[in-house]
Write a new protein. Structure first.
Length: 83
């Protein structure tokens, strides 16, 4: 699954799936979406969403990951400036 605007309305009957790479999203307007209604496709999106939710990190764990990413970027910047 590719990160994008996401899946909306995953209720077992219908889901709105944002199209990835839509230029409108980069201009601050909603991009095109795909209406998914087939049971098999809905099950696939539900499974993917559950897997992503299981991997998600919240609270202190999320803050620690963001801090680690910032620290790594600062080390890279400092290294390249010292050369």
């Amino acid at each position: 699954m590719v990160a994008g605007d996401g899946v909306r309305g995953l209720d077992g009957e219908e889901a709105g799936v944002a199209a990835v790479g839509a230029g409108e999203q980069r201009r601050g307007r909603p991009g095109p979406s795909i209406k998914v209604t087939q049971p098999r496709e809905l099950a696939d999106y539900a499974k993917a969403f559950a897997g992503l939710a299981e991997m998600a990190v919240y609270g202190d764990g999320a803050r620690a990951l963001v801090r680690a990413a910032i620290d790594a970027l600062e080390r890279i910047r400092n290294f390249s400036q010292s050369r």
